[in-house]
Ligand binder design. Structure first.
Ligand code: TXA
Ligand code: MG
Length: 358
């Protein structure tokens, strides 16, 4: 007889009202967090896979569930700025100013960690990443749990981040105890990670808070952490075996970028024909400004006139192509302004840096 290691009824999926999260539902999830379990929950960016950030055993479960390398640190989520003073050794004025201005919202700050934060959570580092999500369900869950919540994106390591509950079930299934289902997330790409132990502050990952906004607020920001396309290619060339896969769909993927949109479109169509000639099933991620492409599947991500619409749908579309079994995904690049920087970062990594510039 086959005995399943996990009870068949997991995960419990609880639909929550994102405007007025039902307190009885939040309490069920908060109990799970307090007891060392895993709760997937919506934030304004993507869904997180949460555990008590101060409980090393609970955080270790996150790493196992995601198959995440243990040296990849996890963001600690708070519902109150006061918590930062407990989690961080030293909170500079610049951190206070940033928290006052950008929180709650998609900005993660990195500070020196205090003793109460376990090394499991920080991947062995002496720093801790902290953010306050702009989402009623996240905030209610953290408050009811009474502990800070460590939460990476709720996907299997290497896959696109989840922007709805279905994505989590597909990746993690019974590895998570409860999913709080709050529908599709609003921003669609993860928070911006800003290292405040560096001077000037350094963006380690572009995200929902734009580098322009940070630049305007801070005067100077080091964007060196945001690798250019060429640097990423060199990194791969220098250490091919070390390449971490990120945001990657199962299908191959090519990003076409260039300043002249007509040329981008022409190249995408040409690549589509080439691959179909080889008998491949071709998917194109287009925008509302694109012409009608000739391909097996065309998905419109959003409008080039408002890149936030593209960010919101990006991961869902990549996952959708996988579900439909395409062999190759062709994507029109966008300009790296505003949230476009985060979009291109995710696209280039998802494509394993297969980028064609026209
Ligand atoms: O929007 C988000 O940030 C989402 C939601 C769930 O809050 N979370 C998220 O977590 O994207 P994750 O684990 O998928 O990405 C966190 C990133 C990783 O690149 C990690 O290496 C970096 O933040 N990070 C975390 N702590 C760090 C630290 N102490 N120093 C440097 N990087 C850190
Ligand atoms: Mg992630």
């Amino acid at each position: 007889m086959l005995i399943s290691k996990e009870p068949a009824f997991k995960p419990v999926i609880i639909e929550v009202d994102i405007e007025r999260p039902e307190i009885d539902k939040i309490r069920i999830a908060a109990d799970v967090i307090r007891n060392g379990g895993l709760v997937a929950f919506p934030t304004e960016t993507v869904y997180g896979l949460g555990a008590n950030a101060l409980n090393p055993k609970a955080v270790a479960r996150i790493f196992r569930a995601k198959n995440r390398p243990v040296d990849n640190p996890i963001i600690v989520h708070v519902a109150d700025k006061e918590e930062v003073y407990k989690l961080a050794e030293d909170v500079p004025v610049i951190a206070e100013d940033l928290m006052d201005f950008f929180w709650s919202g998609p900005l993660t700050i990195i500070l020196k960690k205090s003793e109460i934060v376990p090394y499991v959570t920080t991947g062995g580092l002496d720093t801790v990443a902290i953010r306050m999500p702009d989402h009623g369900v996240s905030l209610a869950l953290i408050t009811e749990s009474g502990v800070p919540i460590a939460a990476p994106s709720a996907n299997t390591a290497g896959k696109p981040s989840p922007t709805n509950a279905k994505h989590i079930i597909k990746d993690l299934g019974a590895k998570v105890d409860i999913i709080l289902d709050g529908g599709s997330t609003r921003v669609g790409v993860e928070s911006t990670v800003l290292d405040l132990t560096a001077s000037p502050p350094k963006i380690l990952r572009p995200g929902g808070t734009t580098s322009e906004e940070l630049m305007e607020f801070l005067g100077t920001v080091d964007v060196a952490g945001v690798k250019t396309e060429q640097e990423m290619r060199m990194e791969v060339a220098l250490s091919p075996g070390m390449k971490h896969k990120h945001y990657a769909p199962n299908s191959d993927m090519i990003v076409v970028e260039g300043d002249d949109f007509d040329m981008v479109v022409q190249k995408v169509q040409e690549l589509a024909y080439d691959h179909r000639k080889e008998g491949k099933k071709v998917g194109i991620m287009a925008t509302s400004e694109s012409p009608a492409y000739d391909a097996d599947i065309v998905k419109v991500a959003g409008s080039r006139a408002d890149l936030r619409t593209i960010a919101k749908n990006l991961f869902k579309i990549l996952r959708g192509f996988d579900d439909q079994g395409v062999d190759i995904i062709l994507v029109e690049g966008v300009e790296t302004k505003g949230i476009g920087l985060a979009i291109m970062d995710r696209l280039e990594r998802a494509a394993g840096h297969r980028i064609i510039r026209v």
